[in-house]
Every structure is written in C-alpha cells, then in structure tokens.
Design a protein. Structure first.
Lengths: 170, 168
C-alpha cells in the first residue's frame, strides 16, 4: 500500500536545506503496522439432513452416513491441535404442534471425504485432530456426517424440521 | 594597498547592478546565476508493514526485502548526512488485546535505489547514519516478526512505526 507521508514535528512538508554550517532539520514520517489473527478453526455446513418423503405410519426410517440424505459438515483446524466436537441434536422434528421423534447419529472421518470409512461419534462428543491436508500447510480438515432415524407414526401431513447444532472448540 | 570605498558609494553600486540584471539580462542567463537548485528535503511513507493473516499458535517474519515490509523515502541534498532513528511498537493493539511484535538487528535496510539488490542492512532499534548519495534519495525498508500465542483473540491488530530523520 502506498500513501502520502505524515509529517510531524517542528518542520512539515518539503523544505530547502538551510545553507549554514551545523544547521539541523528534523522530519518524521509514520507507517502503519498491521496483522490479522485467526484461530483457524471452523465448521462449515455442506448439506442438510434429509429423510425425504414418508407416508403416515411408515414406522422407522434410517439414514446412514453413506446415504445421500445424510447431513455433511467440514471441520477445519490447525494442524496437530485437538478439537472438541459437541453435537446438540433435536429430540424431535416438529410441524406446528406435531412431532416425529428423532434418534441422532453422527460419523467422523479425519482423513478423507469417504463416509464409508467414517467412525461413529459416541455420546454426541468427540476429541480429535483433523488430518486431511488442505491448501494451507497449517490447516487440516475432518469430515462429519449427521444421520440417524425417525419413527413416523400417525401424524398430520406436512414438513417436519429440526435444528442440529454442531460446535467445535480447541 | 586596499582601497576603502565609502559606504554610500557601495550601496549605490549594488543598486545599479541589480537594476542591470533585471532589465538587461536574458531570462536563461539569469537562471544560471543561482546555480543548480538543491533538491527539496522530505520524508515520505511508501508502504506499510503488513504481517498478513496469521493463525494463532503460529509465527510470522517479514524481512526488509519482502514486498510487505515498510518502506520510507528520504529526499535530501547529496552528501548531506542524515541520522535515522525509528520508534518501533512493542505491541500491536486489537480492541482491548495486545500482540507483541519484535524487530531484529537485520530488520532494517537502506539503499540509494528502490530495488531489492545492493542494500545496506542496519539495526532499526539502533538507527543509522547515512551520507546521501548522488541520487539525492534514500530508500529505507523495515521488517519485523510476531509470534502469536495459542490463546490470542482473533481480530485485526494495528500499530505504527515512526521514522525520525535529522539532516545536518
């Protein structure tokens, strides 16, 4: 970035140098110094959990990590740093006053985006180090899938939704 | 034997001479009477010192030759002696948080040319003394470093380097 000088002190602007022996002229200029600090930790939504369309009294419907309806997140963190994952699933999907019970499940893959080799997250919490290389030498990525099951009983027709919160921290 | 001219006579002589220059000497010739003009004296900020975006727990060094080093320009008469001193920040400020920055013995460079080769290193903490070269310009670059603690809050941190130039 280029900019004009900030001149301060007793003399400002461009000057002619005094001709007398021993004369002193003092000038000052200032430049900004800047840095942006980032933690390098992020969780990024890629895809919602979607059970699709079911008929009334369909009973148990299950999604696994490899299904297209599984939710999908990226977790990026600094290399060699432990990340704590906390999942907060909804107990039910709701449509007005009607509900469909939801049983959550989640799977992690620290190395690749292949859900078939992901491991289950037990108890809605996990501590791990992402290992998949990214474009940055300092950052690594892990992959998280959200899935589980619903039990569709005699409920009114409509769209049933819930919110699944994914939290990461060092 | 020296000849003493009375004061009144000398004043008369100079008045006549001045009148002759204004009235009779062509403009080009009159310009030569003063000789070559001395360059103006100035200090200019050319570039900021930017450490960029750095992860917590990481460190960053900006060498004086790096494109994101600070750069100043000094314009002064050739052969003038300039004394350069720098007020360097110990910390950068980001909201209520501070971030330490460091400056090493080789984090300052100067040159008569604005180019990456042929520079002279100096310790910006100590300053330096330079005899202005024939170009009448001196370029100064300042680098530095920062080590980011793992617990450092995210955000933008800023400070300033002040360069003081004394010309003799």
């Amino acid at each position: 970035m280029r900019g004009s000088a900030v001149l301060a002190g007793a003399v400002a602007g461009a000057l002619a140098l005094p001709g007398g022996a021993g004369a002193q002229v003092l000038l000052q200029a200032q430049v900004p110094v800047a840095i942006t600090v980032v933690s390098g930790l992020s969780v990024t939504w890629q895809r919602d959990v979607n059970f699709g369309t079911a008929v009334q009294n369909a009973g148990a419907l299950t999604l696994s990590a490899i299904d297209a309806g599984a939710g999908y997140f990226w977790i990026v963190a600094q290399r060699n740093r432990d990340v704590t994952l906390t999942l907060t699933p909804p107990a039910n999907l709701t449509n007005g006053g009607s509900t469909i019970p939801y049983t959550s499940a989640a799977s992690l893959n620290l190395l690749t985006s292949d859900p078939s080799t992901a491991t289950a997250v037990v108890g809605n919490t996990a501590t791990f180090r992402p290992e998949e290389p990214t474009g940055s030498n300092s950052l690594r990525r892990a992959h998280l899938w959200l899935h589980g099951g619903v039990n569709v009983g005699s409920v009114p027709q409509g769209l049933y939704t819930g919110t699944f919160t994914v939290t990461v921290a060092y | 034997m020296p000849i003493r001219i009375p004061t009144v006579a000398r004043r008369f002589f100079f008045v006549v001479a001045a009148w002759a220059i204004v009235a009779g000497v062509p403009q080009a010739a009159a310009a030569q009477i003063g000789g070559p003009l001395e360059p103006a004296l100035s200090v200019e900020r050319l570039a900021d010192l930017s450490f960029g975006t750095v992860l917590t727990g990481d460190w960053v060094l900006v060498a004086p030759a790096d494109p994101t080093a600070a750069q100043f320009s000094i314009t002064a008469p050739r052969n003038a002696t300039v004394f350069i001193s720098l007020e360097l920040p110990a910390n950068l400020q980001g909201g209520l948080s501070t971030l330490p920055v460091t400056f090493g013995a080789a984090d300052g460079e100067w040159s008569a040319q604005d180019r990456p080769v042929g520079r002279t290193a100096f310790d910006p903490r100590q300053g330096t003394q330079i005899v202005v070269p024939n170009t009448g310009r001196v370029f100064v670059w300042i680098g530095g470093g920062a080590s980011i603690p793992p617990t450092q809050p995210s955000g933008a941190y800023r400070g300033a380097i002040t360069m003081t130039v004394v010309v003799n």
